[in-house]
Design a protein around this ligand. Structure first.
Ligand code: ADP
Ligand code: MG
Length: 684
């Protein structure tokens, strides 16, 4: 494989220092970037029409001779260039406004191709501000073909981009660069890289465009899948994981003491995890299950298995609230069996840490539950054998492996309550095996969901008052304000003040938002758990993990600002007890599409269906909200649209990683894609 002899953008014709800077602002710094600056869309200007056949109001392309060029400047700041283009069938006028340089480029007798909107009136045919290209026997790039349309701006025009990309392509070197193994190209019938790049920018025809895109999408997804497959292979090989013994008395005793029977899905998940643990290779498993599906108890059982074998467990969760909750739940369940659990929170005092850390270090404590505090350097385990992360998508891969490294090839269980569409799971969690809990524990009354307009607010609040009178509790969630914790907290505070001064004057209310001090938040949450606070006004800080079975109402203001997956998460806070629960979505949006989207919430409580819908409607970028999601940036692939290619790419990646002769290809591919040693990239 040859390396491209690229020299830098400034060596391209038409690029000086100013353009270099402007290109950089579009993210284009190298020839490679230019080649990967894929068109946003295409215009088919390949069909040439006779001038006499042009139709009023349509966009047409003609090839003809310039017959006459004139420029006028009727007033300051306005220039009008007029010309006539002629073919055997007739004449058309051309008018360009404020493009005085055109006069210097075209003159009578020159052959051009012109594309533009046509006006046909009183036997006259006219193009206004058309795109044109001088037809001199060279390859056309601006018209007379399928033309790429890029994201351009005032400084970097379409024409410049086409010109630069065409220069890089005609330098011709790229055809010699091939990133995919020949057998993969053959088996999956892919274009060569050079051919694909040429045709993605300047397609010879629609079929080649399709093939070019397929090849490049394939390469992009294949690269990621190779990375994931490589990680998985490495983790499995990192050879000597822990081989846990079959269940003994402790596991059996804990299982027998559960206050309920496990659902079939829970039983299956427990069995899958135990099988992984009893195997010598280290487990890398994702436990996926909707909110309330009962993942915690599954984690509890398998943690007991680790403890029974003399190992410690760490459970990392994304928020303090959730850490505390797990600490309580697991404590109640496991402490009676003599298992020692501690909570390692970021809020712990220096003195508290000084007592706790040595206990973890000496192996005195069996299970440590905590937030990011767990991955700090001072935290050391004696024998960390099982790592559980909850709501994993909020942690990066790096944090996951950092916790893992505190043990010696510990088994890893990743739990997520965001049902992830399959294609996305393959991309984000492609290095993991998956267990899924789909059914909810029995006896739950399905939550009833309603979409309401703002004018129904007073009725909704009256309903809350009546439910509170019956002893229930309610959440009111304020609109999501992207990227502004501050504004969001302010609006929650305002809502709280209004409500407590009016409709909820005689009800005890609480307020939580991201700007509260940890201790204050705690106090409010504890009061809500205890039922002392009846109505909790909150921002999305309550999204994850809050469990108050007596809360039966979830009102979500500005529901249209949330994704379906997120709404589903919020809704999961209720319906956890025996009483009928209600979720009321308030939206002032008049947009029909938005309403239809929210209506889906009324129809289904299946998180997997909602997740698929959300992904389809809002695309992968929005899927996990604005938070960190672990999804790589994709330049051309769309994991919703390109599922088929994704599956092929995954299959190919597994083949590749299994074949040692391909390791050279992998290195190059990762280097080209990530510009660095690929292991570093995968870890970050
Ligand atoms: P999540 O999957 O969201 O973490 P939890 O583990 O918090 O769900 O479980 C939700 C609730 O369901 C908890 O109160 C838990 O005790 C209860 N639960 C879990 N499994 C069962 C079951 N098999 N039968 C009845 N209740 C269950
Ligand atoms: Mg949970």
């Amino acid at each position: 494989m040859k390396k491209m002899p690229y020299k830098g953008l400034q060596y391209l014709k038409g690029v000086g220092p100013a353009k270099t800077a402007q290109l950089a602002r579009l993210g284009i710094c190298t020839e490679q970037d230019l080649l990967e600056y894929y068109p946003r869309r295409y215009e088919d200007r390949s069909r040439l029409q006779p001038i006499s056949g042009l139709v009023d109001g349509t966009v047409g392309t003609v090839c003809g001779m310039i017959a006459d060029v004139q420029e006028r400047k009727p007033r300051r700041g306005l220039s009008i260039t007029k010309a006539v283009v002629r073919d055997v069938s007739g004449d058309a006028k051309i008018v360009w406004f404020n493009q005085p340089f055109i006069k210097t480029k075209i003159s009578s007798g020159i052959q051009v191709i012109v594309t533009g909107k046509i006006k046909r009136q009183f036997g006259q045919i006219e193009f206004t501000n058309p795109e044109y290209e001088i037809f001199d026997g060279n390859d056309l790039i601006n018209t007379g073909r399928i033309v790429p349309v890029y994201t351009a701006n005032d400084f970097i025009s379409q024409k410049l981009l086409r010109n630069l990309i065409s220069q890089v392509l005609t330098a011709g070197v790229d055809s010699e660069l091939e990133t995919l193994p020949p057998s993969i190209i053959q088996e999956y019938q892919l274009l060569s890289r050079g051919e694909a790049l040429a045709n993605i920018h300047f397609p010879m025809d629609h079929e080649l465009l399709r093939k070019a895109r397929r090849r490049l999408v394939f390469e992009e997804l294949y690269t990621i899948q190779c990375g994931l497959a490589f990680l998985k292979k490495r983790n499995k090989q990192a050879g000597q994981g822990i081989k846990y013994a079959p269940d003994g008395e402790l596991v059996q005793a804990v299982e027998a003491s559960l206050p309920f029977a496990l659902t079939d899905d829970q039983t299956r998940a427990v069995a899958e995890i135990k099988a992984d643990m009893e195997d010598l290779t280290a487990m890398q498993r994702l436990l996926q299950g909707d909110v309330g599906s009962g993942k915690t108890v599954v984690a509890a059982i398998v943690m007991v298995k680790a403890v029974e074998n003399g190992y410690q467990c760490a459970m990392m969760v994304p928020t303090e609230i959730l850490a505390e909750q797990h600490y309580h739940t697991l404590g109640n369940l496991l402490a009676p069996h003599g298992i020692k659990i501690c909570l390692l929170s970021g809020r712990l005092s220096r003195a508290g840490r000084d007592i706790l850390l040595p206990q973890i270090n000496t192996g005195n404590i069996d299970i440590v539950i905590g937030t990011h505090a767990l991955i700090q350097d001072e935290v050391n385990f004696k024998r960390l054998g099982l790592v559980v992360t909850d709501e994993q998508h909020r942690f990066g891969v790096k944090q996951r492996s950092k916790l893992q490294e505190k043990g010696c090839s510990p088994d890893v269980l990743v739990m997520t309550a965001t049902p992830i569409p399959r294609t996305m799971a393959l991309t984000v969690y492609g290095d993991l095996d998956v267990s899924t809990i789909r059914q909810l524990p029995p006896g739950r009354k399905p939550i009833r969901t309603f979409l309401r307009g703002a004018q129904q607010r007073s009725k909704i609040f009256a309903f809350i008052v009546s439910e509170v009178a019956k002893g229930r509790q309610a959440y009111i969630v304020c609109p999501l304000i992207e990227d502004s914790d501050k504004v969001e907290s302010q609006s929650a505070t305002e809502l709280y003040e209004t409500l407590t001064a009016t409709v909820f004057k005689n009800i005890s209310c609480g307020l939580v938002h991201g700007r509260l001090k940890a201790a204050d938040k705690d106090e409010v949450m504890t009061a809500f758990y205890r039922g002392e606070i009846k109505v909790l006004v909150a921002t999305t800080v309550i999204e994850v993990g809050v469990n108050v079975p007596n809360a039966t109402i979830m009102v979500i203001e500005g529901a249209d600002r949330f994704g379906l997956a997120q709404l589903h998460q919020l809704r999961g806070r209720i319906g956890r007890g025996g009483h009928q629960a209600y979720c009321i979505l308030i939206s002032e949006s008049k947009n029909n599409e938005t309403k239809q989207r929210l209506k889906i919430m009324e129809k289904t409580t299946d998180g997997f269906i909602l997740a698929e819908e959300d992904l389809k409607l809002r695309g992968p970028g929005h899927f996990f909200g604005t938070k960190q999601h672990g999804l790589p940036d994709l330049k051309i692939a769309d994991i919703v649209r390109d599922v088929d290619i994704l599956l092929e790419a995954r299959k190919a990646a597994l083949q590749t990683v299994a074949a040692p002769e391909y390791s050279g290809y992998l290195q190059t591919l990762f280097k080209l894609r990530f510009g660095a040693d690929f292991m570093e990239v995968l870890k970050s």
